[in-house]
Design a protein around this ligand. Structure first.
Ligand code: ZN
Length: 92
């Protein structure tokens, strides 16, 4: 969840920095975004604890994990767990 949210933010930052329009293509290689955050923090970055592969997606698409699904799918399952009073695994 934290990974996916950060990835979504990184996409927005990249688009703003390069003055991209809403239909311009974003880099789709997850390693590109790993390199970007490496400059500011210590890793590991964008590594799914369950071994899932991340799909970046374009500006109108959500990031997705091959194990956990899209950001909104993860949110839905977290909401379900909150309702069931189970502790969520939040590091998607
Ligand atoms: Zn995952």
């Amino acid at each position: 969840m934290i990974n996916m949210r950060n990835l979504e933010v990184d996409k927005i930052i990249h688009a703003q920095r390069h003055k991209l329009g809403p239909t311009d293509n974003l880099p789709q290689d997850i390693d590109f975004y790993r390199e970007q955050v490496k400059q500011f923090n210590k890793g590991p970055f964008y590594v799914c604890p369950a071994g899932g592969e991340y799909t970046v997606g374009q500006q109108d698409e959500e990031p997705a994990c091959s194990v956990h699904g899209t950001l909104s799918e993860i949110k839905k399952s977290l909401e379900f767990m909150y309702k069931e009073k189970r502790l969520p695994e939040s590091r998607d």
